[in-house]
Design a binder for this molecule. Structure first.
Ligand code: NDP
Ligand code: 2IT
Length: 452
């Protein structure tokens, strides 16, 4: 049995209650096979075994009081996975589904993604099973304070720098940073995604959605195509989805779908800038549901309890590009087969691990350009890295500067992924290329440190 199979088997038996982590390890390790023959030094130093074991996992109680004075207890997590190439870096997720396995899968993916950005950031992730939906601002604030009351002792601008993810946006980062600053008495770059007034970076809110679109544009260009006139399916209606819709539309594409955890809308006339502004107000200010899109635009269709991918039936509608931007495991093998039949030529993952392994196989076997999350959605954490640089230098770059750096980084990730794929005998396979390129950098650093 090869070291790769041994590592997968070990994770399957040791972490059997963590299906998402097993899935992420299986996907990454499966693509690292060609590295084993070329790098006996990694095998000897047990890099493959070491990289699937986090440096440490912190689990803590988060007690908080609701507006009626009732006390609630949530579970908080921070998994500091690997800091070989820089301080732990990765988002915080607030969603009722959060558990250790989900945070481990996200932290594991983050190691390779962050390495691909070319910036010095290690991998980490955290969060809680707290559900921000339906909570007042005061309740969210009290939860964030309680969460930071424990987290603060484990993080720092050179140690571990959290940011946003599902359920954590500007409002939550404000509360988290405000409380950190209060108790530590330091105004440092300990979180990213901060407001512009207190150390945030321009373009950070847009970065993941813009980045995934830039990455898809790079992939399309390899086949002489661009977004102009393309029909695009996007899932989600949060931070990543909103700015993906915006950038695709700016590049001449027509986005016809969005969704949230209650259902999906299909607007075959296209979600233009005006309609997107409505969605942004609905989601970011009113904190409403995507079904309310039909109150303003009744020609659209709403599908309760369906994902975007469920709404796509064989032959209708035609889809050129798919950008899953909601959550993990949205796209099944069946969904992938339907997308292929309906004409999809490019899939770029805005969300983390939105495609099941079977779906990825379908895309690759059908010659669909497939941009894996680690490469395609790295724009968010890349601009977080740029926010850290600006904080250290105590200056702020302009929109144009940050956007240009983001574009450059997405281009360089695209190039590095293709080059690594070719060098290891898998020409055109972005998944293998991205995983190998990220892995090699981290593995070499781990090797340099000896056995720690
Ligand atoms: P948001 O919380 O802003 O938006 C998430 C969106 O996905 C919402 O529309 C939400 O619906 C929907 N959603 C969440 N969970 C589910 C679910 N279980 N089933 C169906 N729909 C769901 O998060 P982001 O936009 O920041 O994150 C989206 C994805 O992108 C995640 O996978 C995240 O890990 C990834 N990502 C985010 C980055 C960032 O910078 N923010 C960077 C890289 C990746 P509802 O409104 O009902 O909650
Ligand atoms: O999954 C991700 O890359 C993020 N949620 C962003 C992490 C970050 O530190 O900006």
């Amino acid at each position: 049995m090869s070291v790769i199979d041994e590592v997968i088997e070990k994770v399957k038996s040791k972490d059997k209650d963590q299906p998402e982590f097993i899935q992420a390890v299986t996907e990454v390790m499966g693509t690292l096979r060609p590295t084993v023959d070329k790098h006996s030094e990694f095998v000897k130093a047990k890099i493959y075994e070491r990289i699937v074991e986090p440096d440490r996992m912190i689990i803590f109680r988060v007690p908080w009081e609701d507006d009626n004075g009732e006390i609630h207890v949530n579970r908080g997590f921070r998994v500091q996975f690997n800091n070989a190439i820089g301080p732990y870096k990765g988002g915080l997720r607030l969603h009722p589904s959060v558990n250790l396995g989900i945070i481990k899968f996200l932290g594991f993916e983050q190691i390779f993604k962050n390495a691909l950005t070319t910036l010095p950031m290690g991998g980490g992730k955290g969060g809680s099973d707290f559900d921000p939906k339906g909570k007042s601002n005061a309740e969210v604030m009290r939860f964030c304070y309680a969460f930071m009351r424990e987290l603060y002792r484990y993080i720092g601008p050179d140690t571990d720098v959290p940011a946003g993810d599902i359920g954590v946006g500007g409002r939550e980062i404000g509360y988290l940073f405000g409380y950190y600053k209060k108790i530590v008495n330091e105004h440092t770059g300990v979180l990213t995604g901060k407001g512009l007034e207190y150390g945030g970076s321009l373009i950070r809110p847009q970065a993941t959605g813009y980045g995934v679109t830039y990455f898809a544009a790079e992939m399309l260009a390899t086949r002489g195509m661009d977004f102009n006139g393309k029909v695009v399916a996007i899932s989600g209606s949060g931070n990543v989805a909103q700015y993906a819709v915006q950038k695709v539309t700016q590049l001449g594409g027509k986005v016809i779908t969005m969704s949230d955890s209650n259902g999906a809308i299909v607007d075959e006339e296209g979600i233009n800038a005006e309609k997107l502004a409505f969605v942004m107000d609905l989601k970011n200010v009113k904190r409403g549901r995507i079904r309310e899109y039909l109150d303003k635009y009744p020609q659209a269709k709403y599908f309760e309890n369906k994902s975007v991918w469920d709404t796509i039936k064989e032959k209708s509608p035609h889809i050129d590009v798919a950008l899953p931007c909601a959550t993990q495991n949205e796209i099944s093998e069946d969904h992938a087969n339907t997308l292929v039949k309906n004409g999809v030529v490019c899939v770029a993952e805005g969300a983390n691990m939105p495609s099941f392994l079977g779906a990825i196989k379908v895309f690759q076997e059908n010659n669909v350009l497939f941009g894996p999350a680690k490469a395609a959605n790295a724009g968010g954490v890349a601009v977080s890295g740029l926010e850290m640089s600006q904080n250290s230098m105590r200056l702020s770059w302009t929109i144009e500067e940050v956007d240009a750096k983001l574009r450059e980084i997405m281009k360089s990730i695209h190039k590095a992924s293709l080059e690594a794929a070719e060098a290891y005998g898998r020409k055109g396979d972005y998944l293998t290329g991205a995983n190998i390129a990220g892995f090699i950098k981290v593995a070499k650093a781990m090797l340099a440190y000896g056995i720690v």
